[in-house]
Design a protein around this ligand. Structure first.
Ligand SMILES: Nc1ncnc2c1ncn2[C@@H]1O[C@@H]2COP(=O)(O)O[C@H]2[C@H]1O
Length: 920
């Protein structure tokens, strides 16, 4: 074929392909069309009301082409219009390999329809919405190995359509009579127009098995043009097309058949009037057509199956260009339902792809998939296979198992988890929910835990059964929402052996002690009169109290000089300051050593006022949760801040925030627990919805008091951003003191800063392995947050890690406070949060042993190694031992403990009583 005729052919292709699409897709539907070619929008269209053809050039000029009246409704007329359009259209470029994109606007929605004019099979791709039927049938070649059951097709009466311009054609008559002899049915038509009309009309009911086209008289019937038009019509892929040619023409050109085959004919046949020959011919054609139809239907069924499965499926050609993807693939990776052929490596990588490219026939390996909406790839287990009828590969199939998804997964098996539905449609039946869920699925959101589960799931592939079982267990645990909820390591033993410890730890760690079914108490202020009322925020005026002068007597000064030692005499400070240790110690540490005033750009006077207001809002009547406890926690935080690890880590403003949090962390503590407040329906519990009641109140009141009055507002000179940062840190640290989240904070800290050093057992569940400190994670701010939380938490319960005499006094004080709560609960007929903490029966040593064993030791070990302060653990262990000895010695009640304390005091060198040093 010379270049000119080739070009003509190409042009014909375009015309026919386009025409066919016009006819089958747009006719009568009132579409507005735009064509995009080589990304150059220009073009055309069939007008809304069949008013002609428009040309819209570069979206600016609109040229209307009206089909002449005379040619309207005729095949020639329509073709003429389309040819006119295409002449202009093809002048844009001659690269016929490119798809032509047609933008179809209908009901305000723009759909892209992609047409490849030069292809025998015209692809139609709809960008929005579901594919149309013809898309399903056209889009992929049959797989190489279609199961025979799927392609079995029962014999059916033969349908023949003859297209012969000559009414009295003998060839046509012979063909028709052969069909009748074979028990089939024949129709004959005379022109292309009638043929195409009939095909469209009967498209769903009577698509013939065989169409015979008379190609002997091109002037009367352009057989090649018609063949292309037929192939461009819906549901005609399986039709067996026979071209009838003259013997002379047939014999003239040995490659002449190629033009027919390219146009869509299946066979070129020399004219014959022999009925027997025709009979054999049509029977063979029927069989071939039926087989082709069954294969196409089977392909459609397999494609539908792929679309409905939750695995992500992609099929490539031998060049690894993706030809077909299923809906899960599109949803998960953010692809459109049908994308033009694109290299798989744009979407996938990893071992699976390596195996696919090295010619493996069948493989299972992890694949990494890139999602359009998310920066990080996901790793999934993938099974793949190469398909080919012969030794050469025609297709490569990738089936990737989604990791845990929504929907109907079963529990307990990794397999079932991996099979968790990614198909959000399966979990909702109504369209609205489906849409919004589908949107959610497309959001670029993924929690790290999801990635972890994906990775773990991928790691099971090919792993030994013991490892798979271990990973399954791990994934099961990770899937629970209560990742950090406390689980006592030896709960049974604790319960059986020590109900007191169980009581205490249970109360500290769990909110379940709260009984929601209580009878309403009537009076919301159920706090006893021994505690200040906090049913409304208490902002006590400090006017009659403020004049604390930063003047200290010699003794106090001497004591404060030791403020940064771990055996700091906190109770002596309490005495020397007449129960106002916080302001003094705060001024010494925050104003002096840590220069919080410089960090916050406030003067010392403001700091002094602030400390005073904060201290005033602690309840001196509380035996434990008073300002001495606040001062003690402040002192511990200051001590920790002096450690090299933290000194080098925290900015001055962060250190200031830590000291502020420590000082204020229990402000206005009522001396009863959050559980008590919830049970009593206290206004604070109502205000904070029973969630983190006390801690929320401490944080909120701190800011309320601070911001209320310029004279105490230590934040007043901070710029907006710094204030926000400080506020964030203070709130975060105060909230971290909530004991129900104890294990959450501890586990996060340990997970981030400790690595298993060696000796890990195969099942990975062994917990007593040596941990080695790894501080590389400190470069990330969110991990520094974990450090700060851990710091205030350890400070908050550091009393058990103090030298023995301090630990004992704190234990006595907290026990007293617990007993008071129990007294009050009983008096008010409230549920008793810690029934074992009854002053008559409770063993204080045993409560301390439990507290140290279950709360203190692990945490202090982690923290002590981090800041290099072994005495934290040493003191805790020796206190534990001491309590055990006291327990064995029969020490039980408060009175017993006090007696021991007195004996110890007599044995210890006397301490001088200090003069009060503050002026009021
Ligand atoms: N030595 C101790 N013995 C028993 N419980 C304690 C001891 N020290 C602190 N706690 C508890 O630990 C809790 C930590 O947070 P709170 O300060 O709110 O309340 C504290 C007490 O309930």
């Amino acid at each position: 074929m010379d270049k000119n005729s080739k070009n003509d052919q190409v042009k014909d292709d375009k015309q026919i392909g386009c025409w066919a699409k016009f006819k089958s897709l747009f006719e009568g539907r009132g579409f507005d069309l735009e064509f995009e070619y080589n990304n150059h929008r220009t073009a055309v269209a069939v007008g809304d009301n069949n008013d002609g053809y428009k040309k819209i050039d570069d979206r600016k000029s609109v040229e209307k082409r009206t089909v002449s009246e005379s040619s309207e409704n005729s095949l020639e007329g329509e073709l003429a219009g389309v040819i006119n359009f295409y002449e202009q259209f093809s002048s844009l470029g001659d690269d016929t390999k490119d798809d032509v994109d047609v933008w179809r606007r209908s009901s305000g929605v723009r759909n892209r329809v992609s047409i490849r004019p030069s292809a025998l099979l015209t692809n139609i791709i709809e960008e929005n919405g579901e594919c149309e039927d013809d898309v399903e049938l056209n889009r992929s070649p049959p797989p190489a190995n279609i199961p025979t059951a799927l392609i079995y097709s029962p014999p059916e009466p033969l349908e023949l359509l003859c297209v012969f311009p000559e009414r009295t054609s003998r060839v046509c008559a012979a063909a028709c009579s052969a069909v009748e002899r074979a028990g089939g049915e024949a129709r004959s038509l005379r022109c292309a127009r009638e043929t195409l009309d009939a095909l469209r009309r009967d498209n769903d009911t009577r698509v013939p098995h065989v169409i015979v086209v008379d190609a002997r008289q091109p002037q009367q019937l352009d057989a090649l043009l018609l063949a292309r038009a037929i192939r461009g019509t819906k549901n005609t892929q399986h039709v067996y097309l026979i071209a009838i040619v003259k013997k002379s023409a047939y014999l003239k050109d040995e490659f002449g058949v190629l033009a027919y085959l390219e146009a869509g004919f299946n066979r070129v046949m020399v004219e014959t009037v022999n009925t027997t020959a025709w009979c054999a011919e049509v029977l063979q054609a029927r069989s071939s057509a039926a087989c082709s139809r069954a294969q196409i239907a089977a392909t459609a069924a397999l494609a539908a199956a792929a679309d409905r499965c939750r695995d992500l499926v992609a099929i490539t050609d031998d060049q690894q260009r993706i030809l077909l993807t299923n809906k899960s693939w599109c949803r998960m990776l953010g692809w459109r339902l049908e994308e033009g052929p694109r290299p798989i490596h744009e979407a996938a990588g990893g071992e699976a792809l390596r195996l696919a490219t090295t010619g493996a026939r069948d493989w299972e390996a992890p694949v990494t998939l890139r999602r359009r909406a998310a920066p990080d790839p996901i790793m999934l287990p993938c099974r793949g296979a190469t398909i080919g009828l012969t030794k050469t590969t025609s297709h490569i199939v990738f089936v990737c198992e989604p990791s845990a998804g929504e929907g109907d997964r079963g529990r307990g098996s990794l397999h079932s988890i991996r099979r968790g539905s990614l198909d959000v449609r399966s979990v909702a039946s109504d369209g609205l929910r489906r849409t919004s869920l589908a949107k959610l699925q497309g959001l670029p959101l993924e929690a790290p835990i999801t990635k972890v589960i994906s990775l773990l799931s991928a790691a099971t592939e090919g792993a030994p059964p013991s490892t798979v079982a271990c990973i399954e267990r791990a994934v099961d645990m990770l899937r629970t929402s209560e990742l950090y909820s406390p689980q006592m390591r030896d709960e049974t033993k604790l319960r059986v052996e020590d109900p007191i410890a169980t009581d205490l730890i249970g109360a500290l760690l769990s909110r379940e002690q709260v009984n929601q079914n209580l009878v309403y108490m009537g009076n919301a202020n159920v706090l006893s009169s021994r505690r200040s009322s906090n049913d409304s925020t208490v902002v006590r005026s400090q006017t009659n109290r403020t004049n604390i002068k930063h003047k200290t007597t010699g003794q106090l000064r001497e004591l404060l000089d030791t403020a940064l030692s771990w055996d700091f005499e906190i109770f002596r400070l309490e005495d020397l300051t007449r129960g106002r240790p916080l302001a003094h110690l705060g001024l010494a540490l925050m104003g002096g050593r840590f220069d919080v005033c410089a960090a916050l750009e406030c003067d010392e006077r403001t700091l002094l006022h602030w400390l005073t207001v904060i201290e005033t809002n602690y309840h001196a009547v509380n035996t434990y949760h008073n300002s001495t406890h606040a001062a003690d926690v402040l002192q511990a935080v200051a001590y920790f801040l002096e450690k090299d690890r933290l000194k080098n880590l925290l900015e001055p403003v962060e250190a200031a925030a830590a000291l502020i949090s420590a000082a204020a962390h229990d402000i206005d503590h009522p001396g009863t627990s959050s559980a008590f407040l919830c049970n009593a329906r206290h206004p604070l519990a109502i205000l904070y919805n029973d969630v983190s009641v006390l801690e929320s109140h401490h944080a909120a009141l701190t800011f309320k008091l601070t911001l209320n009055d310029d004279r105490v507002n230590i934040f007043k000179n901070l710029d907006r951003d710094t204030y926000k940062t400080v506020r964030h840190h203070v709130i975060d640290m105060i909230l971290a003191t909530e004991m129900t989240k104890h294990f959450e904070h501890l586990a996060k800290f340990v997970n981030v800063f400790y690595a298993k050093s060696s000796g890990s057992k195969e099942d990975g569940m062994h917990t007593d392995e040596p941990l080695s400190l790894d501080t590389t994670a400190l470069s990330q701010p969110e991990n520094v947050l974990l450090v700060k939380r851990m710091m205030i938490k350890c400070a908050d319960v550091s009393n058990a890690s103090r030298p023995q005499k301090f630990a004992m006094e704190w234990a006595r004080r907290i026990a007293e406070e617990y007993f008071l709560q129990t007294d009050e609960e009983k008096a008010k007929d409230l549920p008793v949060v810690m029934p074992m903490f009854d002053r008559a029966t409770c063993s204080i040593p045993r409560s301390q042993i439990g507290f140290i064993d279950y709360i203190i030791i692990d945490m202090m070990e982690a923290w002590a190694a981090f800041i290099d302060m072994p005495e934290l653990v040493n003191h805790a262990r020796s206190n534990n031992q001491h309590w055990r000895e006291l327990d064995e010695a029969g020490v039980t009640t408060l009175a017993d403990v006090k007696r021991v304390q007195r004996q110890n005091a007599i044995q210890a060198p006397p301490t001088t009583t200090a003069e009060p040093t503050t002026e009021e």
